[in-house]
Every structure is written in C-alpha cells, then in structure tokens.
Design a protein around this ligand. Structure first.
Ligand SMILES: O=C(O)CCC(=O)C(=O)O
Ligand SMILES: [Fe+2]
Length: 288
C-alpha cells in the first residue's frame, strides 16, 4: 500500500538503514537547521496526489470556511495593554477553509499516508526527535487547507512546534508559502521585527528575511512554525483553488487542541476538546 503512495525506490521508507534514506534525512536536517523548513521533493507519487485531491474535492462541502481579521497569534480583538502599532493590535485578513479530521475515510490515501508508521518515523528522524505520534486531535490532526481564488492565510505563528504540509493542488497565481525563520524565540517575542513584516504588504522583503518556498504538488514540507512567522499569499482571482494536506504530529501521545482555536478553524468542537481544556499544561509563556 505504501508503495502506491510513495516512490520507495527513490525514498526507501520501508528500509530505514538504506543510505539513500539517510541522505534524505541528513539534507532535511540541514535545511531545518538553517531555515526551520525542509522540503522533500516529489515524495508522494502523482497518482497518489490525484487520489488525495479527489478525496479533498469530495469532502470540500464539509470544509469550514471563515474570514476574519486576525493578529499573528490568531486573536481578533485589540488589546489596550499594547500600542496600536504593534503585532498584538495589527489585524490582517485570513480567509480559508479547513476540512476536519473526521471527514477522511480510514482506508483513503490521505488517512493511510498520515497514519503510516514509516512516514511518521521519517519525519521524526528529520526533526531529530526520538519519536512522534499522530496528533490525537480528532479535528486538527489531519486536515486539508483550502484557499479559494481571492483568499489568503495571513502572517501567523503555529501553536504546534512543527507542521507537515503536502501540497496537493497549486495556485497558478499567488498561493505562495512565505516565512521568516526564527523571528521569535521562547524567551523573545520579537515584536519589532514582526511589525516590520506585517507592515511590508505584499512585497518580497529580502532584508526582512522573508523566504518564499518553491513548493510543487507531491512535495512534503516540514516546517517549524512556532518561532517562524509565515503566511500563504492571496490566491489570484483567476487561479484554481490551492489545496494542501496538513499532517500534524506531536512528541507526546494523546495531545488535543484548544477550544477557542478549534472553533475558529472548524466552527465546532467535540467533547474531547472541552475535556482537554481543563487539563491543559503550557510548555512556554509565549502569547499563543
Ligand atoms: O496551507 C499551508 O501551506 C499552511 C497554512 C498554515 O500555515 C497553517 O495552516 O497554519
Ligand atoms: Fe501555519
């Protein structure tokens, strides 16, 4: 089954000791070390991408589309404790739809790829982590992010330490993934640099450290988004929609997302989210 999804000749995920795989891991680690972002080109076969795209198209009617003005921390309300011209009080449009984790057929290509122990192990190796688990959140674990023509996903930080994205359908105009590596750290919010990027509009600001990713359908992106501000630029009005599958993994097993963020992205929560909210333990003191 895995061989139908991944070219195991080029990427021998089924043979962890294979030097070809070791070279892939080494390259990904080096990219992650320098920019917080690694791309494994053409990891997923074109036929598998076509199957995943068909699943996304079939489930698109279940997507929760929302448009809001938000700050990089996914907040939508001003905070008088900060100046007006400050990342906390700078709100930009996010407009996109998410297909949630409970939409996928258990034996579909999307779910099989996400749950593959071989892929999970490869990603853990690339991130230099002893082990990874599929994010247990029943909605946010396995999602597809849909940007229709005219939509954009503005600058933000992820709540998770890293995200795995598989581009499935690309836009022909816009829809580019941009990021600023390490603009904040666990003990430095980096507000000034963030504000400079937020005020930079749609220009490419080399001096602000904005990277634009060259991503094609089938490429797997490993991204550390907790400290790197990032966005998906507005998809052109005449472009096809941009579809990306997002695979979330956690270092600990059994992690569940926050109630507010879940509502924001999916328009609903499940009882698991309400239960987990009570027991949440923070691992750092960043805004969100
Ligand atoms: O669609 C993507 O490439 C990533 C979007 C994103 O940054 C996110 O969902 O947090
Ligand atoms: Fe993100």
């Amino acid at each position: 089954m895995l061989s139908e999804l991944i070219d195991l000749e080029r990427y021998p995920l089924d043979d962890p000791a294979n030097p070809r795989l070791a070279a892939v891991v080494e390259e990904a680690r080096s990219q992650l070390h320098t920019t917080g972002c690694a791309v494994i080109k053409d990891l997923v076969r074109p036929e598998a991408i076509a199957r995943i795209d068909a699943e996304i198209v079939a489930d698109a009617h279940t997507a929760h589309f929302s448009t809001q003005q938000m700050n990089p921390y996914f907040h939508t309300e001003p905070d008088p404790a900060y100046p007006d011209r400050h990342p906390v009080n700078t709100f930009i449009e996010r407009s996109s739809g998410f297909i949630a984790g409970d939409a996928w057929a258990p034996d579909g290509a999307m779910q099989v790829l996400f749950s593959s122990p071989e892929l999970t192990a490869l990603i853990a190796e690339c991130l230099d982590l002893p082990e990874l688990h599929c994010y247990a959140d029943p909605l946010a674990g396995l999602t597809a992010n849909i940007l229709e023509p005219g939509q954009q996903f503005t600058w933000h930080f992820d709540t998770n330490d890293f995200a795995i994205t598989l581009l499935v359908d690309e836009a022909t105009a816009g829809g580019r993934f941009q990021y600023v590596p390490g603009i904040r750290s666990a003990d430095d919010e980096g507000f000034d640099a963030i504000q400079a990027v937020l005020e930079g509009g749609d220009l490419l600001h080399g001096e602000l450290g904005v990277h634009t990713l060259e991503l094609r359908p089938g490429d797997l992106q490993i991204f550390r988004g907790r400290h790197s501000l990032h966005r998906v630029t507005r998809v052109g009005n005449d472009s096809p929609a941009r579809h990306a599958a997002i695979f979330a993994y956690t270092e600990e097993a059994g992690v569940i997302g926050r109630v507010a963020r879940t509502k924001q992205l999916f328009g609903r929560v499940l009882p698991e989210h309400v239960d987990a909210e009570r027991e949440r333990v923070r691992s750092d003191a960043l805004l969100d």
